[in-house]
Ligand binder design. Structure first.
Ligand code: HEC
Ligand code: HEC
Ligand code: HEC
Ligand code: HEC
Length: 166
C-alpha cells in the first residue's frame, strides 16, 4: 500500500517538471525585460561599425588591441586556466564586469580588447544613439587600468592618450 502514494507523488513531480521549466523560462524573460535597471552590457566592436566606419576601420587595421586575444593564444602553452584568466582582464573586453567577456565560446565578439575598453559598455548607446550613454572623455587613468607601470617600464613607453585606439 505504501508504494502507491509514493508512486503517485513521483508521477506528480514528473508532471510538474514541465510546468517548472515554463515558469523558469518566463522568469528569465521577465528578468530580460527588467534589464533597464541593470548596468549596460558590452556589445563588441563590430556593433559600432555601421555608424562609425572610419574609427572602426582604423582600429581594426592599426590598433593591436583589435587582435589582443592572439597575444594570449601565442603564449598560452603551459599556462593554467587561472593564469589565462589574468590575461583576460586586459586583453579582452569587460572581463569580470557585468555583460563582459566570459569565454570564447559564449562571448566571441568580446574576445579582443575593443572600443568599449575606452568608451565603456555600448548597449544603451547602440540602441538609442544617445551620445551621453558612451564615454567620450577618456583619461590617462582609464589607460592605466591596463597599461600599469611595470608594463609601461617593460615596454619602455607611456601610452599617449590618442594612441592605441583609432
Ligand atoms: C546606431 C548608430 C550607432 C552605433 C551602432 C554606435 N554609435 Fe556611437 N554615435 C552615434 C551617433 C549618432 C553619435 C553622435 C554623432 C557623432 O559624433 O558621430 C555617436 C557618437 C559617439 C561618440 C562620441 C560621443 C560624443 O560625445 O561626441 C563615441 C565615443 C561613440 N559614438 C562610440 C561608439 C561605440 C564605442 C560604439 C559601439 C559600442 C558606437 N558608438 C556605436 C551612433 C551610433
Ligand atoms: C582593457 C585594457 C586596456 C585599456 C583600458 C587600454 N589599453 Fe591600450 N592596450 C591594451 C592591450 C592588451 C594592448 C596590447 C595588445 C596586444 O598586442 O595584444 C594595448 C596596446 C596599446 C598600444 C600599442 C600600440 C597599438 O596601436 O596597439 C597603445 C599605444 C595603447 N594600447 C594605448 C592606450 C591608451 C592611450 C589607452 C587609454 C586611452 C589604452 N591603451 C587603454 C589594453 C588596454
Ligand atoms: C594589466 C594588464 C595586462 C595583463 C594582466 C596582461 N597583459 Fe599582455 N599586454 C598588456 C598591455 C597594455 C600590452 C601592450 C604593451 C604595453 O603597453 O605594455 C600587452 C602586451 C602583450 C603582448 C605583446 C604583444 C606584441 O605584439 O608585442 C603579449 C604577447 C601579451 N601581452 C600576452 C599576455 C598574456 C599571455 C597575459 C596573461 C599571462 C597577459 N598578456 C596579461 C596588458 C596586460
Ligand atoms: C585606446 C582607447 C580607445 C579605443 C580602443 C577606441 N577609442 Fe574612440 N576615442 C578615444 C579617445 C581618447 C577619443 C577622444 C578623441 C578626441 O577627443 O579628440 C575617442 C573618440 C571617439 C569618437 C568621437 C569622434 C572622434 O573621433 O573624436 C568616436 C565616434 C569613437 N571614438 C569611436 C570609437 C570606436 C567605434 C572604437 C572601436 C572601433 C573606438 N572608438 C575605440 C579612445 C579610444
Amino acid at each position: 500500500m505504501n508504494g502507491l502514494p509514493a508512486l503517485f507523488l513521483k508521477n506528480t513531480r514528473l508532471l510538474l517538471a514541465p510546468a517548472f521549466f515554463i515558469a523558469a523560462v518566463l522568469h528569465f524573460a521577465v528578468s530580460l525585460g527588467a534589464q533597464e535597471n541593470s548596468p549596460p552590457r558590452y556589445v563588441g566592436s563590430a556593433a559600432c561599425e555601421p555608424c562609425h566606419q572610419e574609427e572602426y576601420a582604423s582600429f581594426i587595421q592599426y590598433a593591436k588591441k583589435s587582435k589582443s586575444f592572439q597575444s594570449i593564444e601565442r603564449l598560452q602553452h603551459g599556462l593554467s586556466r587561472e593564469d589565462l584568466k589574468k590575461c583576460y582582464t586586459c586583453h579582452t573586453t569587460g572581463y569580470g564586469r557585468p555583460g563582459g567577456f566570459t569565454s570564447v565560446e559564449e562571448t566571441p565578439e568580446l574576445k579582443n580588447a575593443g572600443c568599449e575598453v575606452c568608451h565603456g559598455p555600448g548597449e544603451i548607446h547602440i540602441e538609442s544613439g544617445d551620445i551621453d550613454a558612451v564615454k567620450r572623455e577618456v583619461t590617462r587613468e582609464d589607460c592605466e587600468a591596463c597599461h600599469i607601470s611595470e608594463r609601461v617600464k617593460a615596454f619602455r613607453y607611456k601610452p599617449l592618450i590618442h594612441g592605441g585606439g583609432h
